[in-house]
Design a protein around this ligand. Sequence first.
Ligand SMILES: [Mg+2]
Length: 407
Amino acid sequence: MIIEQAEVVVTSPDRNFVTLRLTTEDGLVGLGDATLNGRELAVVAYLREHVVPLLIGRDAHRIEDTWQFLYRSAYWRRGPVTMAAIAAVDVALWDLKAQAAGMPLYQLLGGASRTGLLAYGHASGRDLPELFDSIRDHLDQGYQAIRVQTGVPGLTAIYGIASNSTGVRYDHEPAQRGARPAEEDWDTRAYLRHLPAVFDAVRNEFGPELPLLHDAHHRLTPIQAARLGKALEPYDLFWLEDATPAENQQALRLVRQHTTTPLAIGEIFNTIWDYQELIREQLIDYVRSAVTHTGGITHLRKILDFAAQYQIKSGIHGPTDISPVGMAAALHLGLAIHNFGIQEYMKHGTRTNQVFHQTFTFTDGHLHPGDHPGLGVTLNTDHAGTYPYEQAYLPYNRLTDGTIHDW
Ligand SMILES: [Mg+2]
């Protein structure tokens, strides 16, 4: 199974996606997601200039060897660009191996550990009536677990709120097309005062059973995060996500001392080293890394196996900037591992689903990767070619006095 061709496909149907497409001498095609939201072309260049020439002529069966070769031979290790590029190669090789075996990928990873993956959707609203409508809409779609994000009085543009500007609601897509990033505003004290009352209202309206999640998006100091976790304890959250900026692992020690609200972190991490203290000292409950940004299935599996020894579970990142290829990889991995927790799932738009033909299913709030050989995703390159790359940036944040803050 020798790799004959390696192409990097950039397409922007509803948003930008970067896909690595490997073709073997016997005609199998494997796909890997290399999308790094807002910095897509850096990974394109890394792949095209430095990785693709190394892949031609390699044995596609040697997944571990190829991973170690790309990680160690570059000398410059880790980082989102490097690890997204390695992830794309890794997932494409797993796709090829599973197709060659005539099996869905989860079978090669050990087979199914469950019948389906509990998924959570993103409900949001600028105020309570809008939020309640959004939660009801997600329940109608079948979701059985829901992330709750809300506007804060006095702030105009906040992370996680779906757009209603055209009269048609669509889930929050933070990366906006254009030459400059959008500016949002933030006031931590106003947020901390407002949020517990929102969860109180949601619990009163929807009852005690519905799993509820919340994302603080890296904006709090350790003591603020501790206070929020404590304030939300009566509302029994499934998790509080990204309470503090993630690169300071020690910050979570202080948060943990003060609250029993479960903690999830890691969507901007890219190696096992970012989790070393968090997992060994049991400072978190869920690993949030995406297959796409963490060196692929090979590396994320190692992180999750390490986490399993400490009863820490998966909560794989799955917003719309994870392409259908990256989502399929997450679903195969999630179905196979023992310590699955929950899967984030935002639905892709119509144009995206025309470019990427997917075979996974969403039934009664649970995802399943399907039983097609490989990942079960194909890329329509003709369709992809009709949507060229469009510059887009994630927003950034300023406090009310103009200071740049974590977004
Ligand atoms: Mg998040």
